[in-house]
Design a protein around this ligand. Structure first.
Ligand SMILES: NC(=O)c1ccc[n+]([C@@H]2O[C@H](COP(=O)([O-])OP(=O)(O)OC[C@H]3O[C@@H](n4cnc5c(N)ncnc54)[C@H](OP(=O)(O)O)[C@@H]3O)[C@@H](O)[C@H]2O)c1
Length: 318
């Protein structure tokens, strides 16, 4: 298929691009900076554009049979930044759809479902600007495209080779044994990047995927403390968790907001991320629906972390 792919300069988009090329597809990469050289070749075309710039996208859908829209705004201070990077960017792409598409796969997020209520187990809906903007982007796609052509993927925390979000914890544990963890248990659904990529291929091609929303996390829903313990074990280290009260998390968010001028890209610790971090149950309502539908066997956390560590070492990131 001829596929328009966004986000190929990022962690997940790069892995998706590789898999699509290996599968024999031809790609038009919509990127705002040059893509990694390992993606360039006879079946790759580069379309340089910021997705927020409508004019730069004019004609980008010509000849395309499908879209895999991975690019997204993950961090920000204000709702406006998320709106522009997730909703307006998606609307700009949709404006360019002139002929029917075989599939539009959209990378939403577990944040669009929201955490589960600790007692009832019902989704609370988005609790952050990020989650709200992802939900609005889904709605924009639903409104613009006919029912069977779209698939929404709502991954939890994605980790694996190429990921820089978990890297600081690995680095910290190389040198230290003590690490602050939330005092109240907070469960996090994670997914190993290669499982997510395999599912993306299925979502793109399988007729039964059309018009469905999939929440995507691995087989376990460990607490933050259990994840860190597992990272430490993978590295052959001891971890002594230091319980951190909720008020300390709030203070860290405020400190982040004070130390970084609002004009700069937001750091990972910011008030919007802390709105999410305060929630206790970041899990899917039906955690196994995605891998059952696609006949996949998700990678256990222990194995995923082992492969991630091997990558960090090989790439000299550690
Ligand atoms: N990582 C996770 O745990 C996770 C979990 C759930 C959902 N997701 C979703 O998965 C997607 C990919 O996440 P990731 O972890 O791979 O993030 P990432 O490494 O930060 O990559 C984000 C990608 O989006 C591109 N992008 C952002 N805004 C753009 C714009 N205005 N115009 C053109 N390109 C733009 C970035 O381009 P530049 O390289 O130029 O910045 C980059 O290629 C996102 O939509 C995210 O919301 C991620």
């Amino acid at each position: 298929m001829r596929i328009l792919l966004t986000g190929a300069t990022g962690f997940i988009g790069h892995a998706v691009a590789w898999a699509l090329l290996e599968r024999g597809h031809s790609l038009r990469l919509v990127v705002r900076r040059p893509p990694p050289s390992d993606l360039l070749g006879p079946r790759t075309e580069v379309w340089q554009a910021d997705l927020r710039d409508r004019r730069a996208l004019q004609g980008c859908m010509e000849g395309m049979e499908a879209v895999v829209h991975v690019a997204g705004q993950l961090r920000g201070w204000r709702f406006r930044a998320f709106y522009d990077g997730n909703v307006r960017a998606t609307q700009n792409l949709l404006q360019e759809v002139a002929a029917p598409l075989r599939r539009f796969v959209y990378f939403s997020s577990l944040a669009a479902q929201g955490p589960l209520h600790p007692e009832t187990g019902r989704p609370l809906g988005p609790v952050s600007h990020y989650g709200r903007s992802k939900r609005l982007a889904e709605e924009a796609i639903r409104r613009r495209l006919p029912e069977p052509s779209w698939v929404f993927l709502r991954p939890g925390v994605v980790y694996g080779p190429g990921d820089r979000a978990l890297l600081p914890f690995f680095r910290w544990l190389l040198r230290h044994r003590r690490l602050p963890v939330p005092a109240r248990p907070r469960r996090l659904g994670l997914v190993y990047v290669e499982d997510l990529v395999a599912f993306t291929l299925w979502a793109l091609e399988a007729p039964e995927a059309a018009g469905r929303t999939f929440c995507i996390t691995g087989p376990e829903a460990p607490s933050v403390s259990e994840i860190l313990q597992q990272i430490a074990r993978t590295m052959g280290r001891d971890l002594h968790p230091v319980p951190l009260p909720g008020i300390a998390l709030k203070a860290a968010g405020l400190l982040g907001a004070l130390l970084f001028p609002l004009g700069k890209p937001a750091p990972w610790i910011n008030p919007d991320k802390l709105r999410e971090a305060r929630q206790e149950e970041w899990r899917c309502v039906q955690a196994d629906a995605w891998h059952r539908a696609a006949g996949l066997h998700p990678t256990p956390l222990e194995e995923g972390l082992r492969r991630t560590l091997a990558f960090y070492r090989q790439a000299h990131w550690l």
